[in-house]
Ligand binder design. Structure first.
Ligand code: GDP
Length: 334
């Protein structure tokens, strides 16, 4: 199975040329190669990425998060259309480690972003499937590079708000946007402090109808809450605004703030510094994922795990000793 090579594959050159021409069919097929776990595809993927690398990076990468129901897809639909009206090309990716292709991921759901999905200058790709968040994040990162090489100059990476995925999105984006709701009771509920701390901007969505006054109050509360956090290294002070995604109100404000941010961090050097840091982290992330994969697929390890599990449960060996024995077996397998 490991050496199996599907017939439907193009040459690396064909994928590269197709991506650079922004042929969306080829782009999608190239992303499929990135997401594939076949050994032959992994080799192909590395060649494609390495070659398109000089054509990547020319975008602003925006992370978007918020609890389910906050209006992420409605916001992205409005925001994406606004960006396109400004002459931008937008790619929308997502990180959702829980998604599986067969079930259809949340972003792949046809009811989401109905208009955007049909627009020439928008490219929407459902989340890669995978067992580990790190693996999904790596694949999404490479997909982002392909989209940039294809000429998409705004990349939106949405997280479906399940714990750690926000951190993964933050680690691969330039600007982190948190969508919130004005709520009944405690305004700060539902979102972890650590996530608020990562935000460059908080948008109180659904600021319409009876909710306008409450949203303005929530805006003040979040502004005050953000003051507690230490000044970010970016030199940017996070902003809070309100929006109504269904009525297209406040959407332009978000983009204007992002442009201001980009100007400030480009001038003070943080933009490049942060990207360089992210690249290095990405390398380590890849090493970690690959090591894990090599470890758990090695014959010396795979065959003994169950035995050691049983020995641990029957108190024959301590977990620490079992771990050491398995690692020794791995080392000896070379
Ligand atoms: P997601 O789960 O975060 O992607 O949220 P959705 O975009 O699917 O929105 C959840 C629900 O909130 C849907 O019924 C939307 O129509 C509604 N919604 C989204 N944005 C707004 C808004 O600005 N105002 C109001 N009133 N409803 C909204």
């Amino acid at each position: 199975m490991a050496n199996y090579k599907p017939k439907s594959r193009l040459t690396a050159k064909d994928y590269i040329n197709g991506v650079l021409k922004c042929d969306r069919v080829i782009l999608s097929r190239a992303i499929t190669i990135i997401e594939s776990n076949l050994e032959s595809d992994k080799i192909l993927a590395k060649e494609i990425i390495q070659t398109i690398l000089p054509n990547s990076g020319n975008s602003i990468r925006i992370g978007i998060t918020g609890v389910p129901g906050v209006g992420k897809s409605t916001f992205i639909e409005a925001f994406g259309k606004h960006l396109i009206s400004q002459g931008k090309k937008v790619a929308i990716l997502s990180i959702d480690p829980s998604s599986q292709r067969s079930r259809g991921s949340i972003l792949g759901d046809k009811t989401r972003m109905e208009e955007l999905v049909n627009m020439e200058d928008a490219y929407i790709r459902p989340s890669a499937s995978g067992d580990t968040l790190g693996g999904v994040a790596n694949k999404t990162g490479e997909t982002m590079l392909l989209c940039e090489a294809a000429g998409y100059d705004v990349i939106l990476i949405e997280t479906v708000g399940v714990g750690q995925s926000e951190t993964a999105v933050h680690a691969m984006t330039d600007f982190f946007l948190l969508l919130m709701l004005s709520g009944a009771g405690d305004e700060l509920q539902g979102i972890k402090k650590g996530i608020m701390e990562m935000a460059d901007m908080i948008v109180i969505n659904k600021a319409d109808g009876d909710n306008i006054r409450q949203s303005e109050m929530a805006k003040l509360q979040y502004k005050n809450a953000l003051h507690i956090f230490p000044q970010s290294e970016s030199g940017w002070t996070p902003v809070v605004s309100t929006a109504s995604s269904i009525n297209n109100i406040g959407i332009d404000t978000v983009w204007n703030e992002i442009l201001k941010y980009k100007e400030i961090v480009s001038k003070n050097g943080y933009f490049n510094k942060n990207r360089n840091h992210q690249q290095i982290q990405w390398m380590y992330n890849n090493i970690n994922e690959e090591l894990k994969r090599l470890f758990y697929t090695s014959e010396g390890v795979k065959n003994h795990l169950k035995n050691y599990e049983n020995e641990i449960v029957s108190s024959k060996i301590s977990p620490v000793k079992a771990a050491q024995k398995i690692i020794d077996a791995f080392k000896n397998s070379f």
